[in-house]
Design a protein around this ligand. Structure first.
Ligand code: MN
Length: 246
């Protein structure tokens, strides 16, 4: 009970901070919403209004036992927040402050390491939170077929993605991404890089992200990264992943 109460208090504090950042202006268009609306073919044009620290879509303890509340709280309030604040400091006074992240990543060679690393951290964690959920979700028919066509079966996809996450050396991310021609692929990235970056080994739109930095699992799993990766499948938000694949 005490834990739940504390979680709620922190959530409210975060919300206050969030509102303070945005000031009195209308709530900024979510960067992801902007990006994915632009990709979805629905011609509802949205105007980019700047960067904002996103709200966690669930309570800190919502993904227990796969991800424990303490890890989630530290990861969101310290790590993710830190990337966002440092990105904003690096972008302040430059055109990056008013440019969608996808545009920045598409021209990443033009930017400083501070924008790359912290902008990547800001964006990747946002994707990561949104592609997890405590609820049971279903994959769309379109994505189900694309995964079967590409990998042979869902189990084979899960094995390939799992291996990418488990064997990636050092800090980084595992991804399911869609190439410009629509083809799916699994890849891993170092540090806070992602497949949208113009110098990525293979470029594409991220559909599913998994953080394999030690800060994402060490409190609960210590050195057992494979166990963390196996637990991840229980909390994937397939509805959100399907939405990204349109
Ligand atoms: Mn992280």
């Amino acid at each position: 009970m005490a834990v739940i109460q504390r979680t709620k208090t922190i959530k409210i504090m975060e919300r206050r901070n969030f509102v303070r950042i945005l000031g009195t202006a209308a709530v900024a268009t979510p960067v992801l919403g902007h990006a994915f609306a632009a990709c979805s073919g629905e011609s509802k044009k949205q105007v980019f209004e700047g960067h904002a620290f996103p709200q966690l879509p669930y309570a800190f303890d919502a993904l227990e036992p796969a991800i424990d509340a303490q890890t989630m709280e530290l990861h969101y309030t310290r790590h993710h927040r830190g990337y966002f604040d440092k990105f904003m400091a690096a972008a302040n006074g430059t055109e990056a402050a008013s440019r969608p992240m996808e545009d920045i990543f598409a021209n990443i060679a033009d930017y400083s390491p501070a924008v790359r690393n912290n902008g990547g951290g800001y964006y990747n964690h946002w994707l990561f939170w949104e592609n997890m959920t405590p609820s049971k979700t279903e994959m769309s028919a379109g994505l189900t077929k694309a995964i079967a066509d590409t990998f042979g079966s869902f189990d084979q996809f899960r094995e390939e993605f799992g291996n990418a996450a488990k064997t990636h050396f050092g800090s980084g991310w595992a991804w399911l991404a869609a190439a410009p021609d629509g083809g799916l692929f699994v890849t891993a990235s170092v540090n806070q890089d992602n497949p949208l970056m113009s110098d990525a080994p293979r470029q594409g739109k991220p559909l599913l992200a998994l953080d394999v930095w030690e800060h994402a699992y060490y409190l609960k799993y210590q050195n057992r990264r494979a166990e963390y990766v196996d637990q991840f499948w229980k909390i994937v938000n397939w509805e959100e992943v399907s939405r990204r694949y349109v």
